[in-house]
Design a protein. Structure first.
Lengths: 241, 241
């Protein structure tokens, strides 16, 4: 997603620094600041290792300049619509819903965040194509600016969690066979075997074992088999990865 | 979800304050601090309207005390497993995956966050049943503590976005009939009508109209009909909400 974060007249430099950190954490770098507060030591401290984003942020004096090359303008607001300005503020899609609405669309998307105290003006809201609202508690709905940015970028980020190498179905089948073999070896009551084998399958099945875990389990099972006096041939190459 | 946030030896009071704010934003209140730093003015400032959570946070001196009444212990880490401690850190479920794994389970869930500088010790990681990792950029994976808490709580929160009253299928059918009527009134070419009606249906269909927007659209259509000289009976009660 070609995403731009636009902060409209941010008041606290620490927040701006924190926003750059969250952006870099989620792999985004296009930041435009509309009439920001002074950005000095605290902003740099909060940006931490994202100081490059802070220094490269574009500064403009009007919202129009910030969004002129964008296809879709999204306003983020924590305040639900009142009767007075309902048409400006609804529907407020959640970040998840917004991500779905944006999927498959091309062009630069600007996500706007308003002032920490007063949010957006009506004129600014009018420039938005869609409104996004993070679902929060009615008791205390107003999020910290950088928290709101972090949540939105978490949802919009396409970074996937590193996939651990899960055991495949062959690994699992061999594990279940080994477990069944163990029940034989320890003279487990014949009439209980089927049920117990199924239970073991359910337990290990829902734990989504990694290949390396299956490997270690085989090692444990072999140790048990040896200790309990059963011949366990040493041709266990099948189980080695 | 019966959720507890556990901060293990947090170093910066501003972060602790920010964490309480994020918790209150997402409707959570059970916070346990293991050997926290001093919590003074900055913590209170960052907690904003969540000072009650800050004051009511339980302080303990060991992780064991923090989790003794919990059924599931989740460690949150931003650091992918190395060869050295792979079994301690993988699989690292994303918050979304973790939420799915927890669905339907009862009992108190403790979500642990480590020190800002050094995360968890190996001993602490060993106490965790599962590991959660927020998918972040390899270039700068280390999130601010309160940002990480905010993202996890956003994902775990059951607060739904306020549903705007969408037009129902009857509303939409009547709107499409009105649009078709308008095409008749303006002598739209007969052979194009079917295609154009379908296009209008597609356009308004994908915009997920609110009831009030449908209402206003009928008003516009009636104005057009009157202006274009067609009789438009005044029994439009159907369209009034």
């Amino acid at each position: 997603m070609d995403l731009r974060i636009v902060l409209v007249e941010p008041l606290y430099q620490g927040n701006v620094g924190s926003v750059t950190r969250a952006m870099k954490n989620f792999g985004f770098s296009d930041l435009v600041l509309v009439n920001p507060c002074k950005l000095e030591g605290e902003a740099r401290a909060m940006s931490s290792h994202a100081r490059d984003l802070l220094e490269n942020a574009k500064r403009v004096s009007t919202l129009d300049e910030a969004i002129e090359d964008c296809s879709i303008i999204i306003g983020t607001t924590g305040i639900a619509g009142s009767r007075f300005d309902l048409h400006l503020r609804v529907p407020g899609y959640s970040p998840k819903e917004m991500k779905e609405r944006l999927s498959g669309r091309s062009g630069k998307v600007a996500v706007l965040f308003g002032r920490e105290d007063n949010g957006f003006t009506r004129e600014e809201l009018k420039k938005c194509d869609m409104i996004m609202t993070i679902p929060t508690s009615e008791i205390y709905p107003v999020m910290n600016l950088s928290h709101a940015v972090a949540v939105v970028l978490y949802e919009f980020s396409s970074i996937k969690s590193a996939q651990a190498p899960l055991a495949d179905s062959r690994d699992m089948r061999i594990l279940y066979e080994h477990l069944a073999e163990l029940l034989d070896d320890i003279d487990y009551p014949e009439h209980k075997k089927e049920k117990t084998n199924l239970m073991l399958k359910r337990i290990f099945g829902r734990s989504c074992l990694l290949s390396r875990e299956v490997h270690t389990l085989h090692g444990i099972l072999r140790k048990i088999q040896r200790k309990s006096g059963n011949n366990c041939e040493d041709d266990d190459a099948d189980y080695e990865n």
